[in-house]
Design a binder for this molecule. Structure first.
Ligand SMILES: *Cc1c(COP(=O)(O)O)cnc(C)c1O
Length: 376
């Protein structure tokens, strides 16, 4: 059996977790959380990075910081993970979906402006597969209409758009360190804050609405409740696991890119025959090897291919079912304009196994099996 995913592990995780225990500091914001935050800041150039308990929570924190209120509207693609919408639905916002581009599966930036109303507060681009949305256009629209931009960069760590790190381009950016992502801490994430003026409030909301972070820095002599907040700090034990991976980040990315490129090379003949379509990465985007997907002709063929792969012990999967077609979609969202590509393209897509340390042999085996589908 070839697994779809295996959590990344570089070998130094146990040592650092033991170190956290020795430090007698296993709650949040100890040595390892500090190291991870500083690493993200240095890599991305964002004013502040704060580890969180998940990307879902980072997005919730961004929604709180953005003062999203009941009745506000937030624009995003329907082809995304539930958390992108949940964070804003929890604040009472109406989710306004627009269609995606078939080439990158990202929000179609040319359709955003038409969905804006007097109630629109934010645009939430999702960088699917670690390949950037057309951010210059999105930022320009946001500026003209005084909207916030919150990047769902759950899959986008170490990817860039025109040289800028994903997650650091909008007002806020959200990373995920779930076990299925490039770097992991089991469950976890990070909020990136572009403008220094928003940092203090983020620290307060993340720390149960208190100014405890300021207290720990010695800037005040006692801490207190200053606004409504929650607890979004991960444990040091999780941060220690992540630190092991961030220290070897480039090695992990190189390994994933190697897998991605080998898939592309081995599957190109099938694409040339018109059997499948391969991912497209626009020239201004550098990706991080997060995901390798192929597209079949239609839903029926995809179902058959998934059965074929499963029968041969390969853990390939389909991906998001568009949120506007989900049961909660009716309650919280509307789809603005025509669904030309969201449903059609999502029904054709298959994600192939991709994890750190897969090795060439396994990739060859998967590609051979894919190819045999047409000779079966
Ligand atoms: C993984 C993922 C999330 C959620 O991340 P968690 O850390 O599990 O909360 C949100 N959005 C996208 C696009 C994702 O891929």
């Amino acid at each position: 059996m070839i697994n779809f995913n295996e959590p990344p592990c570089v070998g130094t995780e146990e040592k650092y977790i033991a170190q956290a225990i020795k430090n007698k500091k296993i709650c949040g914001d100890g040595e390892f959380t500090g190291k991870c935050n500083a690493w993200i800041e240095a890599k991305t150039g964002t004013a502040k990075a704060l580890l969180t308990t998940s990307c879902t929570h980072a997005t919730e924190l961004a929604a709180l910081l953005s003062d999203i209120m009941p009745g506000d509207e937030v624009i995003m693609p329907s082809y995304t993970f539930v958390s992108t919408a949940d964070a804003f639905a929890l604040r009472g916002a109406k989710i306004v979906f627009v269609d995606i581009r078939p080439d990158t599966m990202n929000i179609d930036e040319t359709l955003i402006e038409d969905a804006i109303t007097a109630k629109t507060r934010a645009i939430v681009p999702v960088h699917y597969a670690g390949v950037a949305c057309e951010m210059d256009t999105i930022l320009e629209i946001a500026k003209r209409h005084h909207l916030l931009v919150i990047e769902d960069a759950a899959q986008g760590i170490m990817s860039t758009y025109k040289g800028r790190a994903l997650g650091s381009i909008g007002d806020y950016g959200c990373y995920s360190f779930h076990e299925t992502k490039n770097f992991s801490m089991g469950e976890g994430g990070a909020l990136l804050i572009r403008d220094a003026k928003n940092v203090e409030r983020a620290e307060i909301i993340r720390e149960k609405g208190t100014n405890r972070t300021k207290f720990f820095r010695g800037e005040i002599d006692k801490y207190t409740w200053v606004e409504a907040g929650s607890s979004y700090l991960p444990s040091e034990l999780n941060a220690a696991y992540l630190w092991a991976q961030l220290e070897q980040a480039q090695q992990i990315i190189d390994d994933r890119l190697h897998t991605w490129n080998l898939y592309y090379e081995l599957l190109e003949p099938l694409a040339k025959k018109g059997y499948i379509e391969l991912p497209i990465v626009p020239k201004e985007c550098v990706h991080n090897g997060h995901m390798f997907y192929i597209k079949m002709k239609n839903l029926q063929e995809r179902t058959q291919m998934l059965d074929w792969l499963k029968g041969n012990g390969i853990g390939a999967v389909f991906h998001y079912v568009p949120l506007h077609t989900a049961p909660a979609g009716n309650a919280y969202s509307v789809f603005h304009g025509e669904d030309r590509y969201t449903t059609k393209e999502s029904e054709r897509l298959i994600r192939l196994p991709l994890y750190y340390g897969m090795g060439a042999e396994v990739i060859h085996q998967i590609c051979e099996c894919l190819s045999n589908y047409w000779n079966r």
